[in-house]
Design a protein around this ligand. Sequence first.
Ligand code: ARG
Ligand code: ASP
Length: 755
Amino acid sequence: MKNWIKLLSIAILLPTASTGLLAGEGMWLPLLLKALNESEMQSMGMKMTAEDIYSVNRGSLKDAIVHFGGFCTSELISDQGLLLTNHHCGYGAIQSHTSLENNYIRDGFWARSLADELPNPSLSATFIVRIEDVSEKMLKGVTDKLSEKERQSMIDKNMAALKESFALDIHEELVIRPFFKGNQYFAFVTMTYNDVRLVGAPPEMIGKFGSDTDNWVWPRHTGDFALFRIYAGADNMPAEYSEDNVPYKPKHFLPISLDGVAPDDFTLVFGFPGRTNQYLPSFAVEQTVDVLNPAKIGVRDIALKIVDAEMRADAQVKIQYASKFARIANYWKKWIGESQGLKATDGVGRKQRMEDTFTQRLQNNPQWQKKYGDILPQFRQHYKEIETFALMRDYYGEIIGRNIEIMRIVGYLNNLTKRLESNDEAAYLNYRDRLINYFEGFYKDYQSRIDQKVFAALMEHYVEKAQLGIADPVKGKLILRGNMDYAAWAKDIYAESAIPHRDRLMAILDKTPGESVAALQKDPLFMLYSELSKIYQAKVSETYEDVNGKINRLQRLYMEALMEVFPEKRFYPDANSTMRVTYGKVNGYEPRDAVTYTPVTYLDGVMEKYVPGDYEFDVPQKLQELYISKDYGQYADKNGKMPVCFIGSNHTTGGNSGSPAIDAHGNLIGLNFDRVWEGTMSDINYDASICRNIMVDIRYVLFIVDKYAGAQRLIDEMKLVHPKKNQRVEGSTIKRKRLPKKGNKGRKAATVPKN
Ligand code: ARG
Ligand code: ASP
């Protein structure tokens, strides 16, 4: 393992062109920056050292970066635990406090004091205390001779031993994750705070401006931010929610630069990217583009159309379904862009050409040929084998597991009955109480009338698309009814079943375990689910898991092979929800022939897009007034314009939402929230010419907090700085006039003179 790192650090000394890695590509582990990236980052303009970014010995940038709820990133921006993330990351929390009377989604929310900040039982904030390479310990005794099963049990054993012996302080937890497809392992010591309160959110006309039409699209004009605060016990340590908790005192928080960005400025994005797949063989990419993505898109097309119409017709439905709808629509659109982008950039062809080179190099080296020669032919065979199973898995997952809401609920109930069937009453009761808790939130936002429509449409789709007999139970029921009228069937089954009705279901769960299970097992939706899941397990799941296991084994070997066969390339591990650093530059791009996109949007663009009363492009009155009076305070750029968003060549993915965009000196300049349409395929095939991440300009965030919301108390907490004012003019020996010493750094917002 160590050799790799050495190899990698040699590779970095080569000029970028010959490494095959374009500046911007890569999601790097913070503890390896020194070895792999520091010199490149500095050559791109960074003024920090790797130790400034990640240190276990002193406060560093990493101490300001927080995994938000396990699905997004956030960062500390004050010494009182003030946390910045995206509006769409806080959406579930904002929605949970929203009603028709207190419509925080529509109107925004601004806590006037600490006491007004709203607790969110389901949110968490996780810090990374330190990271360690544990590859050697985890792979002890693992050899090529072991079968997959033996290998796994050896690794499980090593993991258990490692966890046993690992020294953790109070409140610390240990997470061990495979990297490079299981060729390496890293351990993350984490600390999680569970008292995270909502502090402020703009109205969705700002925080979600452009909504689904503009989602994944540049030019963009969304103020996609929200503010939270971490609370701690009196000892500054994690504590469950209590009125007595106090704002958390961070080891480090990010100063905020008011100087903005210019093309070619260095940017660093620090966060928790979720999942990427950069090392797939061409066969897999082809399958994703041609088979799997279109199937998933097709299912969501149907569900989204139904829910969208209902949301537009009824304000209450809009509140209830806003968050769920956004989540489903988000990846629906992402898959469309991803498939288009892979086609447009010849993603499959590029992989094939790389595979040709790989094959040639093997042929010139008998040892490699012997060890790795079978990989690509076997990939081809296994991907062919798995195709139908993978497709059916996606249909089942999308239809039964996700888009018919009640089926997902029945899935949980099915898990519940299993606990009693295996005679574990304690486990049953524990799980039941957790479910009841969850259901309280679920039914608040559930309309069986709408779900019933989705059910009817998707069941029909399931019957149409199913192979291997997995929809036979549905067909059987309709044949018994004497016609193929899905709507009528849906109406009957939703009326007859207790599960779409909160009170009826709760009454069942109130009974003794034995009675509850008996009642559930007689319920028509429960019975339908059981049949569908059984047939799916038998016809799809087993084979899928079997072939997928073989693919995973090959993928691990392929990763090892790539690193050995392409020693001139610098490799980075796929995203796996662990902490990463990516860096690039502020940069526009050319989406298509004769079109050039510049990297910054302005408030003028918001007004260009403005459609009065529109579902997606309305603009709040107050913002219009600020625009007309150009009342931008200290937040305007040097031409007096109000910047809104900017793009750069940072390699990000889902989970990076809410990540800070940081300048060369370690100051906050923006808030990552999306990627551009032409580059959504970056999870599979990053292309530096068109892959861009989208960030809200931090000055827009501050402008909204200060001028729009009047939340001066929050601005006062922050540390606003002017790093560019202190810079020497490039290529000149004349220094700009010095600001008074105290004014240069560490200046509090309250002392920054207003324009
Ligand atoms: N596309 C961004 C991301 O993947 C933002 C999604 C939230 N916005 C929305 N309209 N659904 O999360
Ligand atoms: N919008 C994404 C997120 O929520 C970021 C991305 O996919 O670029 O994490």
